[in-house]
Design a protein around this ligand. Structure first.
Ligand code: TYM
Length: 328
């Protein structure tokens, strides 16, 4: 069975962008693939985190996975730092990567722009991500559009290892949704919807109460004109909202255009809010149940236990091929 791996950083409230770009596909792929879904806490600390918030968010992300429909009996759900081989293989890959290729990473450029001091962890972030994926020799990596470049680097590092030492790693493929790979901010469609945006009106958090969702969507920026038409170049704001609509209502973009022909933005935005609320309400309910049951900790413990054998075998094989003297 082919393997799927992905992860989300516990670095703020998860958004509808994370859900549409990534989590929806996690839920789908668990039925056909052997899956590994992580909470990537080691990645989160590449920018400063408040310790109490990091702990809370790590549990929250795991609970959101489960609430969204990931079945821990089908998929391995775990915390990255519970499997120390991630950090170990991350270091080995850091030694294979070139400064030049890390400097070209747009996420690094964006996150470091204008900062006086930039953490070294932020710079080597993609080598740890490569380790995450290759530790389980994943075939497919469901992510949003912003992770494409990191995936390309992962493929390069896997190929480099294979040609320098011996053919060991499978070259993983990204799995990116056709619509919704890049959900944009509600206040500015030139920026991606992000959990780290200081303005909460710019994103829908998965745990936003229904009335907050309705308010945020009614205030979402729309383009001039009044036609509900999908045209990202000329109507970026409405096209973004249509992408969200399409995912939450299960309707194609053409069906949405036809439904609102001649009606203007008002009715469209009102219905959009109801579709988003209907999508998130059951998730929110399950989230509360899961958090109050306290079951998350056991599930995470089992998840880490189940994947550790594969992870330690990979690290051992890699070290052997790189010429480490292994303990006997
Ligand atoms: P992170 O935590 O920033 O985002 C988690 C996932 O959500 C997707 N995403 C979006 N998709 C569509 N529209 C948006 N506005 C949007 N915002 C976020 C991201 O593309 C991602 O798929 N480096 C990764 C975490 C990671 C990882 C990995 C992913 C660490 N190791 C191994 C895959 C495999 C990250 O920062 O995601």
């Amino acid at each position: 069975m082919q393997r799927v791996l992905s992860g989300i950083q516990p670095s703020g409230q998860l958004t509808l962008g994370n859900y549409i770009g990534a989590i929806q596909n996690f839920v789908k792929l668990q039925h056909t693939h052997e899956c590994f879904f992580m909470v990537v806490d080691l990645h989160a600390i590449t920018v400063p985190q408040d310790p109490a918030a990091l702990r809370e968010q790590s549990e929250a992300v795991a609970a959101i996975y489960l609430a969204a429909g990931i079945d821990p009996n089908k998929a391995n759900v775990f915390i990255q730092s519970h499997v120390p081989q991630h950090a170990e293989l991350g270091w080995l890959f850091t030694t294979l990567a070139y400064m030049g290729e890390l400097e070209r990473m747009t996420q690094f450029k964006d996150k470091s722009q204008g900062k006086d001091s930039v953490g070294a962890g932020l710079f080597v972030y993609p080598t740890l991500m490569a380790a995450d994926i290759l530790l389980y020799n994943a075939h497919l990596v469901p992510v949003g559009d912003d992770q494409k470049q990191h995936l390309e680097l992962t493929r390069d590092l896997a190929g480099r290892f294979n040609s320098r030492f011996s053919d060991y790693f499978n070259i993983p493929e990204p799995y990116i949704p056709k619509v919704g790979a890049r959900i944009m901010s509600l206040d500015d469609a030139s920026k991606k919807m992000s959990k780290s945006n200081p303005n909460p009106a710019s994103y829908i958090a998965l745990l936003d109460p229904p009335d907050v969702i309705r308010k945020k969507l009614s205030r979402a920026t729309t383009d001039s004109g009044r036609e509900v038409k999908f045209n990202p170049a000329e109507k970026p704001e409405v096209s973004n909202l249509m992408g969200i609509y399409s995912h939450c209502a299960g309707m194609s973009l053409e069906e949405i255009e036809a439904k609102y022909e001649g009606q203007g933005y008002g009715a469209f935005k009102k219905d959009l809010a109801e579709h988003v609320v209907a999508t998130l309400e059951p998730l929110q309910q399950r989230y509360q149940e899961i958090r109050s049951s306290g079951a998350v900790h056991d599930i995470l413990k089992q998840g880490a236990e189940r994947v550790t054998e594969t992870a330690s075998k990979t690290v051992r094989d890699v070290k052997e091929r790189m010429g480490f003297l292994l303990p006997r």
